[in-house]
Design a protein around this ligand. Structure first.
Ligand SMILES: Cc1cc2nc3c(=O)[nH]c(=O)nc-3n(C[C@H](O)[C@H](O)[C@H](O)COP(=O)(O)OP(=O)(O)OC[C@H]3O[C@@H](n4cnc5c(N)ncnc54)[C@H](O)[C@@H]3O)c2cc1C
Length: 316
């Protein structure tokens, strides 16, 4: 039997530390508990929302008038060169375990906050790698039919920070099967340590943020892409320009609305300097989008998930 608690503040469950309470909240350790909670939501006529580590989530100041659920299933097992991992496992814990098992393929994900379910849904990635490359299949629960099914990696329709689950929140990620490559443990440990050191050097993990607030957009303007490439000395990956570079073109570092600020360290990080409201963050994001468009002609799109807002609040 699950325990549904009422009026649970969500801010402490997010890295932003912003937002109101959930009308109901429950931690679900397995599929049976998840079914019970979804059934409860349906009978009450309430929406549901699946939370992971809350590291890519902005909760509205008014909170969420539905049932917020958090996966806590932490199953993790090895089957030869494959690893089967439940949605509630911490991503970095998974990466470390794969290294200790001598299995390569997820080292570039070391240090990305959050849980495996959230990482699958957003196809989390860094340093040129993403979860999709290792993902052989995903087991999901359809929140409408309450039936389980397994989708192949191809059926997950992964793309840059994108997946079928992102487009269809009815599909709740239960676990994923990763297909990895045997490699020497010492080498993998070194790669994981190097990735964590690279991230630590950016001095960003201590900020209250959701990481990159906007995705890196595809840019059709060849002159802008050429300017980026000559200025930065790197090629634009898949025709995408870093949102942080575009925000810098508009000169927006340290721009502030209330307690929300564009980070002075990385312009695509919007940070809660203390006491920021969700409204501050939305207004800051709106200003950033407007000014980046004016300066570059590029429209930024949010990477962050936003919970409990009306369509009107989210329109620019
Ligand atoms: C300091 C910092 C650095 C970051 N760096 C990176 C980076 O380098 N690369 C990167 O990709 N991201 C990065 N992020 C963003 C974030 O860590 C990732 O997006 C992460 O994968 C989100 O996982 P989560 O468990 O915290 O998801 P949450 O924030 O809890 O949820 C995000 C979305 O996933 C959905 N979701 C969660 N669990 C499930 C599930 N089981 N089934 C279906 N949907 C689910 C939620 O409904 C929500 O829409 C960073 C964030 C921070 C704070």
């Amino acid at each position: 039997m699950i325990t549904l608690r009422e009026e649970i503040p969500l801010a402490p469950l997010t890295t932003f530390g912003i937002g109101g309470a959930a009308r109901f909240y429950a931690e679900v350790a397995n599929t049976q508990e998840l079914r019970e909670a979804l059934d409860f939501a349906r009978h009450q006529g309430l929406p549901f929302f699946l939370m992971g580590g809350g590291s890519n989530l902005l909760v509205s100041d008014a909170g969420f008038p539905g049932v917020a659920l958090r996966s806590t299933g932490r199953g993790l097992r090895r089957e030869g060169a494959e690893v089967v991992v439940e949605a509630g496992v911490e991503l970095t814990g998974l990466v470390r375990r794969c290294a200790e098992w001598g299995l390569a393929g997820v080292e570039t994900l070391a240090g990305i906050p959050g849980l495996v379910g959230g990482a699958v849904r957003g196809n989390a990635g860094a340093y040129g790698g993403s979860l999709a490359e290792a993902c052989a299949s995903v087991r999901v629960l359809d929140a409408e039919t309450l039936e389980e099914r397994t989708l192949s990696g191809e059926e997950c329709r992964f793309g840059y920070r994108d997946s079928r689950f992102k487009r269809n929140p009815i599909l709740v990620v239960l676990e994923t099967r990763l297909s990895l490559t045997p490699a020497p443990v010492g080498e993998l440990r070194e790669r994981v340590t190097a990735t964590l050191a690279k991230r630590a050097a950016r001095r960003l993990d201590c900020e209250r943020s959701v990481g990159s607030y906007f995705t890196n957009p595809s840019v059709a303007d060849r002159d802008l892409v050429a300017r980026f490439e000559s200025e930065q000395g790197v090629r634009a990956r898949e025709g995408r320009l870093p949102a942080g570079w575009l925000i810098d073109q508009a000169g927006l570092r340290n721009l502030r609305v209330g307690g929300a600020q564009v980070s002075g360290v990385h312009a695509n990080y919007l940070i809660n300097t203390g006491g920021a409201s969700a409204r501050d963050v939305l207004e800051l994001a709106r200003l950033v989008k407007e000014r980046v468009f004016d300066a570059t002609g590029v429209r930024l799109v949010e990477e962050v998930s936003r919970l409990g807002f009306s369509a009107e609040e989210l329109s620019d």
